[in-house]
Structures are given as C-alpha cells and as structure tokens.
Design a protein around this ligand. Sequence first.
Ligand SMILES: C[S@@+](CC[C@H](N)C(=O)[O-])C[C@H]1O[C@@H](n2cnc3c(N)ncnc32)[C@H](O)[C@@H]1O
Length: 294
Amino acid sequence: MTVAQVYHIPVLLRESVEALVTDPSGIYVDATFGGGGHSRAILASLTASGRLLAIDQDPEVPAQAIQDSRFTFLRGNFRDLPYLLRQYGIEKLTGILADLGVSSHQIDTPERGFSFKREALLDLRMNPQEGLPARVWIAQQEEETLADILRMYGDLPKSRRLARAILQATHPAFTTTELADCARRVYGREADKYLPQLFQAIRIAVNEELSALESFLTAAESLLMPKGHLVVLTYHSGEVRQVKKRYQHPAHQDPITGQKTYNWRLVRRCLPAPVEVQQNPRSRSAQLWVLEKL
Ligand SMILES: C[S@@+](CC[C@H](N)C(=O)[O-])C[C@H]1O[C@@H](n2cnc3c(N)ncnc32)[C@H](O)[C@@H]1O
C-alpha cells in the first residue's frame, strides 16, 4: 500500500476523475484533498499545462507529499472557495471535485476523538484549530436542539431520550466511549448498529458541514465555466438533498411563459460496485454525482 492508501483509500477513483477532467489542459480544484488519492489521479490525467489546486481544512493532511509544478495546496475550508482562489488570481475553473465527509486517517487516529472504538476525549473536528470540540459543544446544547440534530443528521430513533442521556452524562473530559455508553443505555443490545449514526450526527453539527456544503455549491456555480463538471461524492442523506436541490430546482421561472431556467444538469449518478465495497467497506454509503454547469 502507498502512503496515500494508508491515509485514506480513495472512493470511486476512476469514475470520478474520468467525469471531472473534460479538458486535460484545464484548471481544476480538489476541494477535499485528504490523503491526495484523487489529486494524484487528476494530475496523472492532465497535460503539462493543466493545473490542480487542492484544499483541505485538516492541518494533518500530507499535502507536501505531492511535488508537482502543476499542483498547489491551499489549507482552508471549502466554504471559502472564492476567497482561497482569489489569492492565486483564479476566477474560473474547468472542474471541481468534492469527496465529502471524513478521511480514514481522521477516524483511525485515536487522539482525534472520532472513533467509538477507541477511548479518547470526544472531539470530532476536522480542523482541531477551529470551533469547539464535541465534548464542549454538547454541553452547550439544549435537550431539544440536540435531539433534533440526532434525528435530522443521524436518523436516530428515541432521539429525545438519547439527548437527555448524553446531557446527563456529559462533563468537561467526556470521551468517545462515554458517548457510546449513552447509546447503550438507550438502545440496549441494538446500540452497536446506531453508533456510526450517532457519531456522524454530532460530527456534522460540530463541523457545520451542511452549511459549508451549501456555500461551496453556491460558489461552484459562479466559478465553473459553462460545460464544466462538478463531481461530488456524498455519504449522507443531508448531502444528497443539497446536491439534488441544485439540479432539480430551476434557478429562474418566467412569470409569463412559465419557462424554467436551470443552472445545472445531472450528467450521471453512480454507486461503487460490490467489489469496491468489499475491498473498501467505507465506500458503502458513497454516491457519485456528476453535474454540468449550464
Ligand atoms: C473523504 S476525505 C477525502 C479523501 C480524498 N479524496 C483522498 O483521495 O484521499 C475528506 C477530506 O475532506 C476534508 N474536508 C471535509 N470538509 C471540508 C471542508 N468544509 N473544507 C475543507 N476540507 C474539508 C476532510 O478534512 C478530509 O480530509
């Protein structure tokens, strides 16, 4: 295995890069660099005059592992895409890729406090230098708000009871396994099946993932050239809803003729093949969306 594969195995790699690169000499953004698996494959399909800018908010990403004059790494949040690109004088892009969610490195590094399998202070931040660690954030929530988040971002049943159990248990050094124990108290023997959803729900809230995605998709709309492709890998129903909204809802409807104008067209949606899911179980919930800017 290469360094990038140990850090994170890229999902739907060939399909996403083939869909993204419509002009091998174009300018591309990989908005979620992670271990750089997608970035490497994009660079491999560009000519000498192509260019790739990669973004990640996590200070631990191994961006320096790519030494290529066509490549630039920008540390930041993709919600600030226009601002990040302006520093490099870039106003238009040929294609944009976003592989949403967390990397295997983030989940598998115990000190990051992402995993219910390893005892650590509960953190769940993709950028530990920004925002509040989950253990502090939880203590600031009202029971009703926390229950709404557990239901909306984690599809969790008995969300009110779970929120109450978490708020009763929380303390300044609240850990990953103590959070998992709260789920055990509420769901009993069924708890294990709900743990991924519980951690995901709190992670989405702590990182403000859905509002970042909304700002990013709006920015992508103004930055992409006509016919440019936006390729998004989603892992959660909230992300799917946001992507669908972009191409299903008209940007404008003529009040007289009723004619609708759209900013995006769905080119393709695809899922990982069973063999990919078998080799990389974390690809299980992935969906690839290819949208063309009109
Ligand atoms: C699923 S991983 C990407 C893996 C990558 N495609 C690869 O091949 O290794 C998602 C990455 O996106 C980053 N990320 C998630 N949301 C972000 C945001 N709003 N801004 C910047 N980076 C973000 C995470 O820190 C993580 O490293």
